[in-house]
Design a binder for this molecule. Sequence first.
Ligand code: SF4
Ligand code: SF4
Length: 364
Amino acid sequence: MIKENLKNLKDLITTGPSGSGLFAPDQENLLEPITNLKVEDDFERCIQCGYCRQVCRVYNSTFNEMDCASGRNRIMKSLSSRNIDFDKEKIIDSIYRCMLCGNCHEVCPVGIDTLEVFHNFRRESVKKGVFPEKLKVLRDSIVKNKNPFLESGTDRFNWCSSDTCKEGYIAYNRGKELSEKIKSGLVADNSDDLVGYFVGCTSAYRNNELVTSTSRVLDKLGVEFIVFPDEVCCGSVLFRTGLNDDALELVNHNITMIRELGIKTLVFSCAGCLSTFTKEYTKYAKGNLGFDLYHLTQFVPKIAKEKNLTIKYRKRTKDNPLVVTYHDPCHLARYCDIYDEPRELINMIEGLKLIEMKHNKKMA
Ligand code: SF4
Ligand code: SF4
C-alpha cells in the first residue's frame, strides 16, 4: 500500500525521467544572480519552485524533501534565521545525501549555485562536528596513505612495470630521474614540451586499464611525458565532503612537486582529479598554478591537429562505423565546462559514429 502511494506520488511530482521536466535540457537559467549575497549564501534566493526535484536522482529515489535542493535550501534558511536548531541527527542525511551532480543548478530559474552552496554547507557542518562515521574511514586513509582506498602509499605505481606497461614504466623512470636531479639541488631545465601525466588514485589502485591505456595513447601520439613518483591523492574526496583543511597538505604537495619539476602541461585521465585542480587548486594558487591543465579528451585532439595525425578504429571503416555514444561526466562537464572536445575527438576517429543520448551535456 505504501509502495503504491509512493508510485502515485512520483507520478504527481515528476513529468518524466530526469531532465525532462518543465525546463528543456538546454534551457539557460532565467535570471542571473541579482543580489550582493555571497555565493555560499545563495540559498537565501530559493523561491521553493521545486523544479530541481524533477532532475534530482536522489530525491526521485527517496521522495524525501530534505534530499533535494529546495528542501536543503529551506533547512539552511531556517538555520540562518535561527528558526530551527542545528540538530546533527536530523540533518546529517540531508547534508551528505547529495551526489553533488549539479543537475539542480542547471534547471534553477534563479540560477542558484547549488554546488557551491552545498559544498559550503558541508564545510560549515564539519566545523560543528558533523561528519558521517563511514566517511571517516576514507578521510583517515587519505591522511595516512595518501589514497582513499586503504592501500599502501608505496603501492601507487604497482601498475607500471616493464611487463605490464612499458610506456608507463619509461615515463615513471623519466619522472624519477628528473625528481632525483631536482632533489640533488639541480634546477629543472627540461623542454616546455615535456608533459606531466597526473594518474590519480582510482587509476593507480583500481582502474589500471585507464592508466595503462592513457600511457599507450600518449606514447603513440609521440608525446614525451612523465608520471610523478611522488604524486599523492588530489584530495577530491576531502573537498567534496567538506574537509578542506585536511586537503591543503595534498594541494601544497602536488603543486610544489609539479612546479619544481618544471612541468608546464599537465594531463589527466580522471575527470575528478581535473575538476579538483581546476576548481580548488586554482583557487588556492590564487589563479596562478603555473601550468596548464588538460583532460586526455582535450589533449588528444589538440596534438592530433598540431601533428596532422589521422586516428582510426581499425575494426571498422568509415562506411561501416561502430556506433558509440558519450556520457558527459559531472566533473568534466558541469564542473569544468568541457563539452565539445570529447565529441570532437570521437568524430575525429575514422570508424566511429557518435549518436547523442536524449539527456546529454548540461542535463546528462
Ligand atoms: S546536486 Fe544533484 S544530487 Fe544534489 S540536490 Fe542537486 S540534483 Fe540532487
Ligand atoms: S529550482 Fe532553484 S529556486 Fe526552485 S526550489 Fe530548486 S533551488 Fe529553489
